[in-house]
Design a protein around this ligand. Structure first.
Ligand SMILES: Nc1nc2c(ncn2[C@@H]2O[C@H](COP(=O)(O)OP(=O)(O)O)[C@@H](O)[C@H]2O)c(=O)[nH]1
Ligand SMILES: [Mg+2]
Length: 457
């Protein structure tokens, strides 16, 4: 991979579409465009960021009618000369333009190579480059919002501030080392310990947002659990606002688990309708129940469904016991019928869980149920619900490494070890933070990160 090559790729999805874009970046981008474009204005003379109308013509043959734009270095996505050729979407048209630019000397870009050049050119740092893919891959509004803010440099800004504070401390420690013969120490150990504690707290708080970031990105799994016939499948359908699952008055209709994704308040929630938990001789249904147990174990949240028109019985309690240890919401269903089990009774038997009364049949109470699901998904995730959330495990690992190194520094000060070692711990913490923004990141890690990108980005 040569950084001096001019690279090219189709930047729009492959398939038929209104527009297909071939993007070029590198020192020969404009010259290649010049050799293939016939139109209103010569690419060589064209102002930056203006659309030129014309045709791509190779050896006298018109390939496509296009709009072409030029972004000159360094004010472009990659910081190099960039040319974008907007042609007709479609498998053949865009491919032919790409083939033509490659015949003129461009080489096919590797995945993420445009963004890698933006990183190498210093326009964005590594955390921002990663956020570019996170923006492209975002499946929910919330993860998009977080990724967008990271792409704009919010996470990097936080990391850089922390680094700056550590750098000031290292400078003072190293100065102390240089003047170790002097009587007066330049570093006050108490003050330094307090500064370490404060920085560590911020690093840990940032690291704790990972759980929320993960939920924003991946969503949660919520299993709908309860004895047969309480209305689990009806609730699933009501939340999906469609008839996805078969509902019958015959207990045991849902023999196996059904999973569907639904957007609840901007969060991706995988709803799992499970088979009822009840002892039975039915072989198929038993197999379904075995899966129910597995689903309960794999769920982040349990919707424990009760029938509000009947007493809470031993079977309900047994379902309750099977779901202990996982975050739960108690859903009292069939509240359109004369009430037998009420909220107070449910709360007495299943304390600590949020309780909601609904009618899946009449479709009421669902908004409150959704609000409880969203709140439960984010509850106890640490780091507050506002502000940016760390979305990548790589970042969390670096933050934890930095925090660990600072803890060592703290310990060394307490033990009265030479400040030389304290300075080393600070350097380690700085390295770890530097890895997040790509200052101290190895080539292997960079290769890995950019290989996850799509081609053309
Ligand atoms: N009256 C009333 N009936 C309901 C409600 N939800 C479900 N049902 C009925 O209860 C029966 C069992 O429903 P289903 O969703 O298959 O229960 P599951 O076995 O728990 O999945 C069906 O006859 C549904 O029409 C509700 O909110 N009110
Ligand atoms: Mg069912």
């Amino acid at each position: 991979m040569d950084a001096n090559d001019t690279i090219a790729a189709i930047s729009t999805p492959i398939g038929t579409g209104g527009i297909g874009i071939v993007r070029l970046s590198g020192p020969r981008a404009v010259e290649i465009a010049e050799s293939l474009f016939v139109g209103s204005c010569r690419p060589m003379q064209a102002p930056s960021r203006e659309l030129l109308y014309g045709k791509v013509v190779e050896d006298g043959e018109e390939i496509d009618e296009v709009l072409l734009s030029i972004m000159r270095t360094p004010h472009s996505y990659t910081t190099e000369d960039v040319v974008e050729i907007n042609g007709h979407g479609g498998m053949v048209a865009v491919q032919r333009v790409l083939d033509a630019v490659c015949r003129r000397g461009a080489r096919l870009a590797e995945p993420g190579e445009f963004t890698r050049r933006a990183f190498l050119g210093g326009r964005i740092d590594l955390a921002q480059a990663e956020a570019v893919t996170d923006v492209i891959r975002a499946q929910t509004e919330r993860s998009l919002r977080s990724a967008y803010r990271s792409m704009q440099g919010e996470l990097s800004g936080k990391i850089n501030t922390l680094k700056q504070r550590l750098q000031e401390d290292v400078a003072r420690i190293e100065l102390t080392l240089d003047f170790s013969d002097e009587e007066v120490p330049l570093v006050n150990p108490e003050e330094l310990k307090a500064r370490i504690a404060a920085i560590r707290e911020e690093i840990e708080r940032l690291s704790a947002t990972f759980q929320r970031g993960k939920i924003e990105r991946e969503g949660i799994r919520a299993a709908i659990v309860g004895k047969p016939n309480v209305g689990k499948s009806s609730i699933m359908n009501a939340l999906l606002a469609e008839e996805r699952v078969i509902v019958t008055p015959i207990a045991g209709t849902t023999r196996d688990s059904v999973e569907e994704r639904v957007d609840i308040e901007g969060l991706a929630v995988s709803l799992i309708d499970t088979a009822g938990i009840r002892e039975t001789m039915d072989i198929i249904e038993s197999a379904g129940k075995q899966r129910t147990v597995t689903e309960i174990e794999g769920a982040d949240l349990i919707l424990l469904v009760l029938d509000g028109s009947a007493e809470i019985d031993e079977e309900d309690r047994s379902v309750g016991r099977a779901t202990e240890g996982t975050k739960r919401i108690v859903v009292i269903n069939k509240c359109d019928l004369p009430r037998v089990a009420d909220r107070a009774a449910a709360e007495a038997i299943f304390p600590g869980a949020g309780t909601v009364e609904i009618s899946a049949k009449e479709r009421w109470g669902l908004v409150e149920l959704e609000a409880l699901i969203a709140a439960a998904a984010q509850g106890g995730t640490g780091g507050g619900s506002e502000g940016i959330a760390v979305q990548r495990l790589r970042h969390k690992i670096c933050l934890d490494r930095a925090s660990g190194a600072l803890q060592m520094a703290h310990q060394s000060i307490i033990e009265g070890v030479s400040y030389e070692y304290v300075a080393l711990d600070f350097r380690e913490a700085l390295d770890a933070l530097g890895e997040i923004v790509g200052e101290t990141t190895s080539e292997d890690i960079l290769n890995h990160i950019f290989s996850e990108f799509c081609i053309g980005k």
